[in-house]
Design a protein around this ligand. Structure first.
Ligand code: SF4
Length: 343
């Protein structure tokens, strides 16, 4: 890698897959369709996905983001975000006669179901995840008396369980795969009979975006990750890039946040984006780099994605009642179809 400011061959390595996952695509389209169908305002509990651009664009269209259901007027429509909610939130919404549309990602719902099942079997559940993150709050709320949150490998020393013969680990969907495996290794040292989840909790999109970054990182003087600071999977991408050899890594919401000084002496810039990021923001970053000599772009493909989810049942029912037809299936396009509609 060049250390001089006289860089000979400037280029970009562009990660694939990057950006929108199936769960984010579905959640964003859910709010868009709800606005079309019911008219504004449509209330959304918490940020529908953790991305500034998505949230501000939906606000302009008439979505009102609230922290809790008690901020929603009685009888109004509220969408629950992709990160999921605890059962108590559904109860609060019922008590206020709210019309709810649940945009929880089906892969988060899967972890909720695992938590309920293991709690019913009286397991201690060690939930690896970030304390206070909305998804972790929602999952823990399924079985608070059975779940202990384990934030990172160093937390393992303090973990206590009732019965070390009946312990299982589950996890947040958007963690670093490597760090999670290290936490599990330490947990298993402490609790040799620790059970694994029935299937991966870290979702396909998180894993694939990290895989692409790992393949590129060694070759990158700088990795730019497009994503918001409160986006867990985006923050992890910066960490994974630096751990796997990128000389530097930065998270930006928008191209104009790129500091020109970061490009000093840089030959190869890696570019990727978190699972909640519209592709148009990546294109802005590529245009910014092209203007500074990084016009040569090679795509590094780590995986193909084709997963798609249908819209929440409540919304499908209302769309069908209006049109008399089943709503079209969502077609998840990694290039960010819903992102285009957000421009
Ligand atoms: Fe679902 Fe994974 Fe996307 Fe989260 S990052 S919304 S779990 S697909």
């Amino acid at each position: 890698m060049s250390q001089s400011s006289e860089v000979q061959h400037k280029r970009v390595l562009l990660a694939a897959p990057r950006g929108y996952c199936a769960g984010v695509d579905r959640a964003v389209i859910t709010v868009e369709k709800a606005l079309e169908l019911y008219g504004p305002p449509v209330y959304v509990r918490k940020e529908i996905v953790h991305n500034r651009h998505v949230v501000t664009t939906l606000q302009k269209r008439g979505a009102i983001f609230v922290e809790e259901t008690d901020e929603v007027p009685e009888g109004a429509t509220v969408v629950f975000s992709a990160h999921g909610v605890a059962p108590v939130v559904h109860e609060e919404a019922r008590a206020r006669s709210l019309k709810t549309i649940d945009a929880t990602c089906p892969l988060v719902t899967k972890v909720h179901r695992e938590a309920v099942r293991f709690a019913d079997d009286d397991f201690d559940i060690l939930l690896i995840g970030h304390e206070g993150h909305e998804e972790v709050v929602g999952t823990s709320g399924e079985a608070p008396e059975h779940i202990t949150i384990v934030d990172n490998p160093d937390d393992v020393a303090n973990v206590e369980v009732r019965n070390p013969e009946k312990v299982v680990w589950l996890s947040q969907t958007t963690l670093s795969v490597d760090e999670t495996m290290e936490t599990v290794r330490r947990l298993r040292e402490k609790f040799p009979l620790l059970q694994d989840p029935p299937s991966d909790d870290i979702c396909y999109a998180t894993q694939n975006r990290q895989l692409a970054v790992k393949q590129m990182a060694q070759d990158c003087d700088l990795m730019i990750v497009v994503g918001s600071r409160n986006s867990s999977n985006s923050v992890r991408l910066v960490e994974v890039a630096v751990e796997h050899g990128a000389r530097a890594g930065h998270l930006v919401d928008y191209a104009d946040e790129i500091d020109e000084a970061w490009l000093e002496g840089v030959a190869t810039v890696g570019v990727t984006s978190g699972a909640s990021v519209p592709e148009l923001l990546v294109r802005d970053v590529l245009a910014f780099l092209a203007e500074r000599g990084y016009a040569d772009v090679d795509t590094v493909v780590a995986a193909e994605e084709s997963l798609l989810f249908s819209l929440p049942t409540e919304l499908r029912r209302d769309l069908k009642a209006r049109s008399g037809q089943e709503p079209a299936e969502l077609t998840h396009d990694p290039s960010g179809r819903a992102a285009e509609s957000l421009h």
